[in-house]
Design a protein around this ligand. Structure first.
Ligand SMILES: Nc1ncnc2c1ncn2[C@@H]1O[C@H](COP(=O)(O)OP(=O)(O)O)[C@@H](O)[C@H]1O
Ligand SMILES: [Mg+2]
Length: 388
């Protein structure tokens, strides 16, 4: 460990993805020492970070050594197995969020059980170990009806691990495959939501919280495409309820750092979809759109510093994800996008371009969210480059 500049804390982030890369960027501003445990030198954060440990970002030995080398360790994904987290904490490693909180972001069955205990509005659901559990849920006592949503309790992201089953035959295929692969499953009613929302709250070990405005997220095929902050036309009542819910969950689960709560908006109110305990795609707008970005806020929270203002910088901020197309040369298209719309901010993560992969995002700010959506979509579509 370097003894240089030991007046600033050493923060380590497990995982070398774009969340780590953008947290590093915030860490530069704060002047803290930021290091990353990355699986490969080509990982998004490993390409730019000055202090990279290459290793298994899910494995005991490497996460343990990483925790010993840092004052506090945080995460850009939730895939570090619980026994590893436990061993690191027992050895004195400081994990934020800690294992007791992370358990609920790692496992959707546990999360659903805990949300029920807290009385948080949730879809009807049940654990599934046999097809009868699904058919009983849809046709029987729960009366949830078809289609239903089947989910892998662990390991899913960007819609991988979520299946809609229209009938028992489709459910059987999912249940059989999950059984063969030893993946725990749950079934949820398919919520007839009007749109998807998300809210970010940061919580420090002190117990200070800072909550961001509720945003609208547009998902296609399980992948987030666009975010509008704040969610246009959301009633004050629902917005406040969503923010209170996020704070309650952060407190009850003893979360430290940023918690993202994904929600469904329905006629009756808001319903919890899932939790992430890290900076989240639905908060990327905050880099330009809020006084304190979610990345800086996450660092402040895990360092137990006072939190920054989550106030917005414009009436609306729109973020559109840049998904990979077939032509990898995204940079060659900067010229046109930047010349056409100087208000567009381009973020590119340095990842290999593969069709459908999240490789960057664009952000625009202003007064008219429809106009901003068009500009953001236009820029993202052009950068993707498929139609050239
Ligand atoms: N119970 C549900 N009812 C309706 N749509 C759902 C339900 N659960 C998930 N979805 C849809 O699938 C997407 C991905 O599900 P989610 O549980 O958030 O998985 P992931 O971990 O991949 O983000 C959601 O954003 C939503 O569009
Ligand atoms: Mg999700």
């Amino acid at each position: 460990m370097s003894e240089r500049n030991r007046t600033v804390p050493r923060v380590g982030m497990v995982g070398g993805g774009q969340l780590s890369r953008m947290t590093h960027q915030a860490g530069i501003g704060l002047g803290v020492h930021f290091s990353v445990l990355a699986a490969a030198p080509t990982d998004s954060a490993a390409l730019v970070c000055g202090d990279v440990t290459l290793g298994n970002d899910r494995g005991l030995d490497d996460v343990m050594a990483f925790a010993k080398a840092n004052d506090v360790v945080t995460f850009d994904h939730e895939h570090v197995p619980e026994p590893v987290l436990r061993a690191v904490e027992e050895a004195g490693g400081l994990l934020r969020p800690g294992r007791d909180a992370l358990r609920f972001a790692q496992d959707k069955l546990r999360m659903r059980t805990r949300m029920a205990e807290l009385g948080a509005p949730s879809p009807r659901w049940r654990a599934v170990t046999a097809l009868e559990h699904v058919t009983g849920f849809a046709d029987g006592e729960a009366g949830a009806g078809w289609p239903v949503v089947l989910k892998a309790a662990r390991g899913g992201y960007d819609g991988k691990g979520v299946w809609i089953a229209a009938d028992a035959e489709e459910a059987r295929a999912v249940v059989d495959r999950a059984a063969a692969e030893d993946v725990p499953l749950l079934v949820e009613e398919k919520v007839a939501f009007s749109r998807e929302l998300a809210v970010q709250v940061a919580r420090s070990p002190h117990g200070q919280v800072a909550v961001y405005p509720v945003v609208e997220t547009v998902q296609r095929g399980g992948i987030c495409h666009e975010v509008v902050a704040p969610a246009p036309g959301l009633s004050d009542e629902k917005a406040t309820r969503a923010q209170e819910l996020a704070i309650e969950i952060a407190q009850a689960l003893d979360v430290t750092g940023v918690l993202a709560v994904e929600l469904f908006e329905t006629a009756e109110g808001v319903v919890v979809n899932e939790l992430a305990m890290r900076p989240h795609n639905s908060g990327h707008w905050s880099i330009e759109g809020a006084r304190t970005s979610q990345f800086e806020q996450h660092l402040r929270a895990v360092l137990n510093l006072p939190l920054g203002s989550p106030r917005t910088n414009a009436p609306f901020t729109v973020m559109a994800n840049l998904l990979g197309g077939t032509d990898p040369d995204v940079y060659s298209r900067y010229l046109h996008v930047m010349a056409k719309d100087p208000g567009v901010k381009v973020h590119f993560y340095g990842k290999d371009v593969r069709p459908g992969r999240k490789i960057g995002h664009v952000t625009v700010m202003g007064d008219d969210h429809q106009d901003l959506l068009e500009r953001a979509r236009d820029a993202a579509a052009y950068l993707r480059g498929d139609d050239q």
